[in-house]
Design a protein around this ligand. Structure first.
Ligand code: CMP
Ligand code: MG
Length: 397
């Protein structure tokens, strides 16, 4: 398959109204984009090296909106329908809707200019599939509701204890966000966290959660006989990218009278994918303040070992999939054992996620895992219930 095409000066690359097979990037030479009004030819644009044209027919699956003709001898790099459309399909649904709307306006304007103001027929109006439109509308509504949730205090923080597997007491907590929707009840985080990340709303949401968690930790410390020593809060890549991230952390620590040493930031490796340098710099600054950093869902990512080396993290949270399987599956057991070795070698603390039964808790304790988190010890609970649990806490072993 040839991905480059050459044209001589004056050759037609494609004619207006043709079916489009691909878009082009000019590598050498230049190309005129032309349309007709009656017997007049109108020059719309001239495309130079590095510039793209012929994308519209590929994106909206309509005929070529204009013609293209080589001005000089030229070489064009073809972009296939798949290359373009796969990217568009993967993009944010709202952005996809915007692209379609812009194309429709452009086609309509072009049509009016060249046809004495006549509107474009209804034909290409419904270019967005019903599902794509619903997806976009759903995303828009969800994001607006989320903004409302934040403004109207519908977000709540629940807590799940992390139990010291050697001592049997509660060592710390993970703060987990929940949304108490006035009509839909408790909305699970996997339905709203991704939308919050896409829209950037995650930033004020995490700030709110961090502050709330700092305040609640004090009450938990008072309620327990062995005062828990840390509070874990989940942070996303968007949080780290916001320019005043460190200022906001400092401010909250000062305002709530919280020592940085009791705070743990939970992060996943996807955080590093977009701006690894910024993430590393910001995390380094957190460590310098004495804040600890835990890598969440460890073992499920792609570059676990390389980021272990490059991140200033001090805690690993072994993903629950390994813990669930470790008693019945030798390879999961070996994996957990290897992670224990790895953590010891790197002088990191270990948390086992998803501990549901006493047999695995005992096995983890024998392997030397520091902390366990899971239904065996407690489900995520609202603040008041967590205080009750702490008051009546008994060593589970
Ligand atoms: P497509 O419709 O696939 O084929 C014709 C191309 O001309 C179109 O994609 C755009 O790349 C380009 N085009 C259409 N209208 C304009 C315009 N008004 N100005 C510049 N380029 C245009
Ligand atoms: Mg977490």
């Amino acid at each position: 398959m040839e991905y480059r095409r050459r044209f001589r000066a004056g050759d037609t690359v494609f004619a207006q109204g043709d079916a489009g097979q691909c878009a082009y990037v000019v590598e050498e030479g230049s190309v005129d984009i032309l349309t007709r009004a009656g017997d007049r030819e109108i020059l719309l644009a001239t495309r130079q090296p590095g510039e793209l044209f012929g994308e519209m027919a590929i994106i909206d699956d309509q005929p070529r909106s204009a013609g293209a003709r080589a001005v000089t001898d030229c070489t064009l790099l073809m972009i296939t329908r798949d290359q373009l459309n796969q990217r568009i399909e993967r993009t944010d649904p709202i952005l996809r809707m915007c692209i379609q709307v812009v194309l429709r306006h452009l086609r309509d304007t072009l049509h009016r200019l060249t046809n004495d103001g006549a509107r474009l027929d209804a034909g290409p109006a419904e270019q967005l599939s019903r599902e794509a439109r619903e997806e976009a509308l759903h995303a828009i509504r969800l994001e607006q509701e989320l903004q409302g949730a934040l403004d109207q205090d519908q977000l709540v923080l629940w807590y799940q204890p992390l139990v010291d597997l050697q001592q049997g007491h509660v060592a710390g907590f993970e703060a987990l966000m929940r949304w108490r929707h006035p009509e839909r009840g408790l909305v699970p985080p996997f339905t709203f966290i991704p939308a919050a990340e896409r829209s950037g709303l995650i930033v004020p949401m995490t700030r709110w959660a961090f502050r709330r968690a700092c305040l609640d930790l004090k009450d938990f410390q008072e309620a327990a006989t062995h005062p828990p020593t840390f509070m874990s809060v989940n942070f996303s890549g968007k949080d780290f990218m916001s320019p005043d991230f460190l200022d906001a952390i400092d401010e909250t620590l000062a305002e709530t009278g919280t020592a940085p040493q009791v705070v743990k930031l939970e992060i996943t490796e996807t955080l590093l994918m977009h701006s690894p340098d910024t993430a590393r710099r910001v995390l380094g600054a957190c460590r310098d303040r004495g804040i600890s950093i835990a890598i969440d869902d460890f073992g499920t990512g792609y570059s676990s070992l390389s980021y272990l080396q490059s991140l200033p993290a001090d805690t690993l949270k072994i993903d629950q999939s390994f813990i669930r399987a470790m008693l019945n599956d030798d390879s999961s057991h070996s994996l957990v054992r290897s992670i224990v070795g790895l953590a010891k070698g790197l002088d990191m603390k270990l948390v086992a996620e998803g501990v549901e039964g006493m047999p695995e808790a005992t096995a983890l304790r024998e392997l030397g895992v520091d902390f366990g988190q899971g239904y065996l010890f407690a489900k995520p609970l609202p603040r008041a219930d967590m205080i009750e649990v702490l008051r009546g806490w008994q060593d589970p072993f």
